[in-house]
Design a protein. Structure first.
Length: 267
């Protein structure tokens, strides 16, 4: 089967009783590859590129709690909790070990999957992300102010420009699948924001045993590329690659180059 098929969601039940939707695409005989989306996004974050991995992989996505078809509880939002939800999906599928590729907040979640459940991760890819905590390099004050505007249209425009270059935006009209799940209830959106902001895996990263590839756009202002050497220094078996001219959604705008790097790394 190809990556364009629309098999229905399946559901995993977490240990705290939350129903988490997940989606499997590609050849069922392929090596399992978990794709983890950014903050406040569902599995459609990956729609533009997931089929690029179906030559060798069976891709697995999920709707984080609070997004998509998953339950939206009032609490339980943190990157370690999201990581445990990922493992719950692997358990539901009977998958003992998978490759894990997380971008943005998904990269933060992927750090915890690899650190807390090292036996479940064969290879790890971290994209446009950071270790979190006081030693991470945060976005500058002008970006924070722009994203905190009261006008939602202005915020969406700012986020679009942080994700993509002007040339790419001009050639690729909306909609974009990386600007947030419009169906999220407000409490879940706040929960995702708090989860991402409170992420701090600094002390856990040295326990990651999976070979790790770190990818980042060198023009990323949403998550500054200065976080790349921090991650690379904390993870024992890590290599890093900066994509010239790329912003936060490097995996989509620089699809060919980024996809080739990931496929080569995963083997």
């Amino acid at each position: 089967m190809t990556g364009t098929d629309e098999r229905p969601d399946a559901f995993a039940r977490t240990d705290d009783g939350v129903s988490v939707a997940y989606q499997c695409r590609g050849d069922e005989a392929g090596r399992p590859l978990v794709l983890l989306a950014g903050q406040a996004n569902n599995h459609h974050w990956w729609d533009g590129v997931r089929e690029d991995f179906h030559g060798t992989a069976r891709t697995i996505t999920l709707d984080y709690r609070g997004t998509g078809a998953s339950d939206a509880p009032r609490d339980g939002y943190s990157t370690p909790r999201f990581a445990d939800d990922v493992v719950g999906v692997l358990d539901a599928l009977g998958i003992e070990r998978a490759d894990v590729y997380g971008t943005s907040m998904g990269g933060r979640v992927a750090q915890w999957v690899a650190a807390r459940h090292p036996e479940r991760v064969r290879r790890l890819v971290l994209g446009c992300t950071s270790p979190g905590g006081p030693l991470a390099v945060e976005r500058d004050a002008s970006v924070r102010r722009a994203l905190a505007q009261p006008d939602p249209d202005a915020v969406r425009q700012t986020l679009t420009e942080l994700m993509y270059s002007p040339g790419w935006i001009a050639e690729h009209p909306v909609p974009y699948g990386t600007l947030g799940d419009p169906g999220m209830p407000p409490h879940a959106r706040r929960g995702h924001l708090v989860a991402s902001n409170r992420h701090d895996a600094w002390n856990a990263l040295p326990s990651v045993v999976a070979p790790t590839l770190i990818l980042h756009g060198d023009q990323d202002r949403l998550t500054p590329p200065e976080n790349v050497p921090l991650l690379a220094a904390r993870i024992p078996d890590a290599r890093a690659h900066l994509l010239p001219g790329a912003r936060h959604a490097y995996f989509e705008e620089h699809r060919e180059a980024a996809g080739a790097l990931v496929r080569e790394f995963l083997g």
